[in-house]
Every structure is written in structure tokens, then in C-alpha cells.
Design a protein around this ligand. Structure first.
Ligand SMILES: CC(C)(COP(=O)(O)OP(=O)(O)OC[C@H]1O[C@@H](n2cnc3c(N)ncnc32)[C@H](O)[C@@H]1OP(=O)(O)O)[C@@H](O)C(=O)NCCC(=O)NCCS
Length: 368
């Protein structure tokens, strides 16, 4: 058998077909709809329906979807008990991974038909937000609160975390980030989900694997890391000097660069506008000055590197008074819709993923 060319990181390799999402001339489309239009006109649950069912819902389909999601909220007591027992210092992403895995033992959906899988996906949307909110409350010394039926997904998450309805700006901005984060074709976590699904393993296992992949700072973990970076500096001058030094040493700046977008991430533009407005309202121009001081030398260098969505997202969440540990888990609360859509698509036309490796170890030798 002839060996194909080795592409580190599978760069440029087409590893499957999908109807769900594509990046067309630098623009992100969910099932053909431009992300900018969805961000302006759709709610997160409409987008989740689009990803899972293939079309934006009619009014009655949407009402049905939201009522199914509302009905799935509320973790089994055994799951809450397990979350309670996880050491306090455990990162929220680890708690979420364990929480979803534990919740899998109480999966209320039977069967594996496409319709069963879609219902399980909606259940997982509820589970992720429930685990995050439950943990958030428990580590703050409070008991979980039940959801308030009918709230938009972002407002619901904030409601279940804080126990009171969120302000309009926080609800709107979290909803926006959930829409921007929902799907991105064969990124690392979605690919991990599809690889696990390709073995005919179950949806919960595939999502648990994807959570592990998203946690990494080169992927979803970058929103937390980008904010940690901004907070590291007391002034724009300090940030500017640091970035120039890092670039001279060919180091990495978190929240910048992308395998697919080499001329800028459209999602970052959309979110950055909102973040600047929020910072103005909150009187935090000092943080925006540091944000710009980090960004300017990178986007203005000979070979520019642009911010990805995680860069403005970190500061947006910070300005919404959300703790850093919640940023990547909130990404999961959205991306789980994309993962599940891919899992379902993988099942409908499956062939197990089994690539080759280029062996670089010792030649054949006898055992002494
Ligand atoms: C996202 C990421 C993993 C993509 O990796 P990749 O496609 O393998 O990109 P490469 O490492 O080939 O980068 C291409 C060039 O840009 C540089 N580069 C990429 N991201 C950079 C960053 N964040 N800071 C500084 N330089 C960066 C690389 O050093 C490389 O330079 P070179 O051509 O002179 O060697 C990478 O850009 C990164 O680590 N970014 C920071 C983490 C992050 O924000 N992740 C969230 C992604 S949505």
C-alpha cells in the first residue's frame, strides 16, 4: 500500500464530509446561513435546532424545542451528589467532564434512532448548563436552583448560576457568544467527537471526549488564557513591551491565530464591537487599552496574526463579572450542540476513523 504524504496536525487534510458547517471565503456558515446574520436575527435555541435538525425552526417547532430543553433541566440527585464530592479546587472543565459522564448513567432518552439522538442532544444541552450552574452554586456555598421555564438559553444559565434573572446586557451578550461558539466544522474537539462516534460508541462518550479536547489552551481553553494574559499587565505600555518581546522570541500569544482563518476571524470582529461598548458602559477603558496594546503589534507585524474569537470573548466575560474558570465551560454549553450534530451525521454515513502513522522508531531487532 502506498503511504500518503504526512501532514503535521492534519493541516489541509479533508477528513470527512459534512452538511453542517463550512468556512466559505473566510465567512463562517451554519448550514448555509452566515454567522453574522444568525448572530443578529436568531436565538441560541433556534441555532441549536438548525444544527441538530438541519433547518431553522418554525415558531411551533421552536416552542417544542424549548419546552423539551426546559423539561430536561434538573440533574439526578446522584449527579449532584457526585459534583458535591469533587475537591473544591478542581477546574470547572474537569467537573463538567465528570458531570456529563456521571449524568450519562441517568440518560432519560432510550434508543439510538436519529430522533432519539436529537432528543439526547437536547438533553445534553440541558445537562451541560445544569452541571456548570450546579457546581458554580455549590462552590459558592449555595444549593442549586431549578430553571425558570421559557428563558432563553443564555439567560437560563445565568439564572441557574445566580438564582436571579440576569440583566439584559449580560443575557444578550452571553447569548451572542453561545451563537458564535456553537459550531465550527472539523475543529479538534468536534473531530475527537466524530472519531469516538465512528467506533459506534455512544453520544455521551463522544461528548465527554470532546470536552477533554476543548479544555486545551490551544483550543477552547484559550478564552481563559487570553484573559489571564490581559490581567497580567498593569498598563498598556507594559503589555506592549511584553508582546514585542514574545514575538521577537517567536513565542505564542493566547487568543491569536487560527488554523483556518489566516486573514482574521469574523466572529472576533462581531464580538469585539460589543466588548468595546460594554467596556465603555462599565468604565473599563483601562482593560481595553491593554487589550489593544497586546493586539496591535501582532496584527501589524510583517506576517500578521489576528485575534480569534477567544480573545474578545475572554474580556467580554470578564466585563460581565463572570469568573475565569467559567469561560471554557460556557463554550461547552454552546458547542455541545455542534458536537451532537456531528455525532448524528457521523452515524448516518459511518466509516471508522483509522489513519496511518509514519513510523520513526527503531528498525526490527531481536529481543535479547
Ligand atoms: C490556533 C493555533 C493552535 C493554530 O495553530 P497552527 O494552525 O498550527 O498555526 P501555526 O503554529 O502553523 O502558526 C503559523 C505561524 O503563526 C505563528 N502563530 C500562530 N499563532 C500564534 C500566536 N497565538 N501567537 C504568536 N504567533 C502565532 C506561528 O508561530 C507560525 O509562525 P511561523 O510561520 O513564523 O512559524 C495557534 O494559532 C495557537 O496556538 N494560537 C494560540 C491559542 C489559541 O488562541 N487558540 C484558540 C484557537 S480558536
Amino acid at each position: 500500500m502506498s503511504m500518503g504524504e504526512f501532514k503535521p496536525g492534519l493541516e489541509g487534510v479533508i477528513a470527512g464530509q459534512t452538511d453542517i458547517c463550512c468556512v466559505d471565503q473566510g465567512k463562517l456558515l451554519y448550514r448555509g446561513y452566515p454567522i453574522a446574520e444568525l448572530a443578529e436575527k436568531a436565538s441560541f435555541t433556534q441555532v441549536a435546532h438548525l444544527l441538530l435538525y438541519g433547518e431553522l425552526p418554525t415558531e411551533s417547532q421552536h416552542a417544542e424545542f424549548v419546552s423539551m430543553l426546559d423539561g430536561f433541566h434538573g440533574l439526578a440527585p446522584g449527579v449532584i451528589e457526585a459534583i458535591r464530592r469533587i475537591p473544591k479546587q478542581a477546574p470547572m472543565m474537569d467537573v463538567l467532564r465528570t458531570g456529563v459522564s456521571m449524568a450519562g448513567h441517568f440518560d432519560p432518552v432510550a434508543g439510538a434512532s436519529p430522533e432519539d439522538l436529537r432528543r439526547r442532544a437536547v438533553w445534553l444541552l440541558a445537562v451541560c448548563s445544569d452541571v456548570v450552574a450546579t457546581r458554580f452554586r455549590l462552590i459558592n456555598g449555595k444549593e442549586p436552583v431549578p430553571p425558570r421555564p421559557g428563558l432563553p438559553h443564555a439567560a437560563q444559565i445565568l439564572y441557574m448560576c445566580h438564582g436571579s434573572p440576569p440583566d439584559d446586557t449580560s443575557a444578550r451578550l452571553l447569548e451572542l457568544t453561545l451563537i458564535l461558539y456553537a459550531e465550527h466544522d472539523f475543529n479538534a474537539s468536534t473531530f475527537a467527537c466524530r472519531v469516538i462516534g465512528s467506533t459506534e460508541s455512544d453520544m455521551v462518550s463522544s461528548v465527554v471526549g470532546a470536552i477533554g479536547a476543548l479544555k486545551g489552551p490551544l483550543h477552547g481553553g484559550a478564552n481563559e488564557k487570553a484573559m489571564e494574559l490581559i490581567l497580567q499587565f498593569k498598563s498598556a505600555q507594559e503589555a506592549d513591551a511584553w508582546v514585542r518581546d514574545v514575538l521577537a522570541r517567536k513565542g505564542k500569544v493566547m487568543g491569536f491565530g487560527h488554523r483556518v482563518y489566516k486573514h482574521g476571524d469574523h466572529r472576533a470582529h462581531i464580538l469585539e464591537r460589543e466588548m468595546r461598548q460594554l467596556a465603555k458602559e462599565k468604565g473599563r477603558q483601562d482593560l481595553v487599552a491593554i487589550y489593544d496594546a497586546i493586539k496591535d503589534p501582532i496584527v501589524n507585524k510583517d506576517k500578521p496574526i489576528y485575534p480569534n474569537v477567544d480573545y474578545p470573548c475572554g474580556l467580554t466575560y470578564y466585563l460581565m463579572d463572570l469568573p475565569l474558570d467559567l469561560y471554557t465551560p460556557l463554550f461547552v454549553c454552546s458547542r455541545v450542540s455542534g458536537w451532537c450534530a456531528h455525532y448524528i451525521e457521523q452515524q448516518t454515513d459511518n466509516r471508522i476513523y483509522r489513519p496511518l502513522s509514519h513510523y520513526t522508531g527503531p528498525a526490527v531487532r531481536p529481543v535479547p
